[in-house]
Design a protein around this ligand. Structure first.
Ligand SMILES: Cc1ncc(COP(=O)(O)O)c(C=O)c1O
Length: 391
């Protein structure tokens, strides 16, 4: 490489590094000193705070969004052979959860501008076996929930929202995750608020919430933390074959304080997003579309498209060049049909989902954490501009 790196090697900018502050550090230490590490009062506190933030009826915390998706699918009572339609542009966990629940995933292509599932393509995939649809709010941009809700009503389908990127997302004044029967959230380390690993399920139905809670802890009829409380020993009874998906108090200790800063972090990411938009407006790269009117974007990812024809180098060379400048970047995502497992199992081919295929081969996510300093943001900008000038 001709250039000296924008950042020194020992200051590598880690993609998606979370902002962790003193309050959560103290809370974790307090949990450790108390000896109560597992599921307990802090999880209940975090569930209640998150439920209130989203204006949902019920919230159940689990140890990942993958677990949240899996349990939602089970609570939706899907059977072997039932089809669930989702997007070709998502993380593998979305599709894997459908498979783990015993149902059959069906993909629909995306809208090339919003990168969200295209409702027309979704409707075209409906068969007599379709039981549910699983929209994913890509990068925190709200899906077209009017169209999706209409389709769900017309064909009597359950809606499970993948809100892994969409904590702050709104569509026509309503928060993402409460449109459908279930809304699934992630607090993985790169997400808008974090608990290390962690997830949450929102639902409007008390029975579904209770079943999810049971399934998240082996199918046992009582919460473990109540079993060992000072109210006296209570036997648990296994009422179905569940999983070990419960969130720990140690994780909730982080989440409680992160959630208090959700709006502050959102504003910072919006600011960075706007700085990138301004700095890159004259470069021959495609920038994210403006948020649609009447929606609130969660600004989880800032992804640019690198088209070799226009920019002179291809996406993978760009990724390497950013890394050589000691700036971490991401790819969200190679389209689902690019992966061998799905090709071999379902016969999916990338060419059958042309929008997701093209975007998956051109997309690069730039750092967008609330932790970034103005200097970090300037380094990212400098690196992108330099790579464009030196190709
Ligand atoms: C779209 C999407 N769905 C689901 C998940 C799974 O989340 P988790 O890592 O919390 O299981 C992710 C995580 O990156 C994601 O991006």
């Amino acid at each position: 490489m001709k250039d000296t790196p924008v950042r020194p090697k020992n200051k590598f900018l880690i993609f998606g590094s979370p902002a962790i502050e003193e309050a959560e550090i103290k809370e974790v230490v307090a949990s450790m000193r108390s000896g109560w590490l597992g599921t307990g009062p802090k999880v209940a506190h975090f569930e209640e705070d998150f439920r209130a933030y989203k204006g949902a009826r019920y919230a159940v915390a689990v140890n990942s969004c993958t677990a949240a998706l899996h349990l939602s699918m089970l609570a939706a009572s899907l059977k072997q052979g039932d089809e669930v339609i989702t997007t070709a542009m998502t993380f593998c966990a979305t599709v894997n959860a459908i498979i783990h629940a015993g149902a059959t995933p069906v993909l629909a292509d995306i809208d090339p501008v919003t990168m969200n599932i295209d409702p027309e393509q979704m409707e075209a995939k409906i068969t007599s076996k379709t039981r549910a649809i699983l929209p994913f709010h890509f990068a925190g941009r709200a899906c077209n929930m009017d169209a999706i809700t209409k389709i769900a009503k017309k064909y009597n389908l359950q809606v499970i929202e993948d809100c892994a990127h969409a904590i702050e997302t709104e569509y026509r004044g309503k928060k993402a995750g409460i449109f459908g029967d279930f809304g699934c959230f992630s607090f993985y380390v790169t997400k808008n608020i974090v608990t290390g690993e962690g997830g949450m399920i929102l639902t409007r139905n008390a029975e579904d919430a209770a079943r999810i809670k049971t399934l998240a802890l082996h199918g046992m009829s009582r919460d473990a933390w109540k079993r060992f409380s000072d109210e006296g020993y209570k036997h648990y009874l296994v009422t179905e074959c569940g999983f070990k998906y419960n969130m720990m108090d140690l994780q909730a200790a982080i989440g409680i304080h992160q959630l208090k800063r959700v709006e502050q972090y959102w504003k910072r990411r919006q600011q960075i997003w706007q700085k990138y938009n301004k700095a890159f407006s004259n470069l021959p790269i495609a920038l994210p579309a403006e948020p649609e009117p009447g929606t609130r974007h969660a600004y989880h990812l800032y992804n640019i498209l690198i088209d070799k024809e226009k920019y002179g180098i291809n996406r993978d060379a760009f990724l390497n060049a950013m890394t050589a400048h000691h700036i971490g970047v991401g790819v969200h995502y190679l389209s689902i049909p690019e992966h061998p497992y799905y090709q071999e199992t379902f016969g999916w081919q990338p060419e059958d989902y042309p929008n997701a295929m093209r975007i998956g081969r051109q997309t690069v996510s730039l750092p967008l954490s609330a932790k970034l300093t103005d200097e970090d943001v300037q380094d990212v900008i400098k690196a992108v501009v330099k790579i464009g000038a030196n190709k």
